[in-house]
Ligand binder design. Structure first.
Ligand code: SAM
Length: 210
């Protein structure tokens, strides 16, 4: 699942430029039986299978450096957002652990993970997409990754607000006109309009952010 999304566009360029050193590891490589088993039935019964602790502990212990921050992806985690992306972008080394089946043996949570993140209040089949969401959001905040450094500063959530409306050419399309102020060349007026629009949009769509 990882090969496509992490080999395209901005992430691909970041990897090629050495701004992001990303490695994907197969949990089954840390199982020792013939079938490379990584899951088992839950004690006490119940549906589905759980990821066993041994392969995960072994994998993380062999991969994590002293500075590594170990993050489990799980619907029970704190909800990932832009502030957490900024926090993770400062880390020297992240180990993101993707779950599968019914999730992890609780001892992984309690004794191995530094943090547990959810990408939203819904349940996916496995942690590959959540891991990629975190990688994508964090990578674009690494110094030098975005061409125009200001684009990460101006966008949604950076100042606790949604982004203001943006327009490009043509100035008029099917009778729909770009707001006059943006064509005025008056940078102070444009900045004021944008700040106002960002506040307005946030109060209409996401009052919880204010
Ligand atoms: C089917 S889910 C397990 C759900 C678990 N039984 C529960 O009720 O919380 C399998 C794996 O997908 C990943 N996953 C699913 N939804 C997720 C979400 N919203 N955020 C982060 N990871 C998620 C986690 O790694 C999880 O261990």
């Amino acid at each position: 699942m990882f090969a496509g999304p992490l080999d395209e566009s901005i992430i691909k360029r970041a990897r090629e430029a050495g701004l992001l050193d990303l490695k994907i590891h197969q949990l089954r490589d840390y199982a020792h039986d013939r079938h490379r088993t990584v899951d088992d039935r839950p004690f006490g019964g119940g549906p589905g299978m759980l990821l066993k602790p041994e392969p995960i502990f072994e994998a993380v212990e062999s991969l994590a450096s002293a500075q590594a921050r170990v993050v489990l992806l799980s619907p029970s985690g704190r909800t990932f957002d832009q502030a957490i992306a900024h926090e993770l972008a400062k880390a020297e080394h992240l180990v993101l652990v993707s779950g599968h089946y019914e999730g992890f043996d609780e001892r992984v949570r309690e004794n191995l993970a530094d943090d547990e993140l959810s990408i939203g209040d819904y349940v996916l089949t496995n942690g590959a997409l959540p891991v990629m969401v975190v990688i994508d959001a964090v990578t674009r905040l690494l110094p030098g990754v975005l061409g125009d450094e200001s684009s990460a500063v101006e966008e949604s959530f950076s100042h606790g607000l949604l982004e203001y409306p943006q327009f490009t050419r043509p100035a008029e399309f099917r009778g729909m006109k770009v707001p006059e102020v943006l064509l005025s060349g008056n940078h102070a007026a444009i900045a004021r309009w944008r700040a106002e629009q960002a506040r307005l949009r946030t109060s209409e769509r996401r009052p919880d952010l204010l």
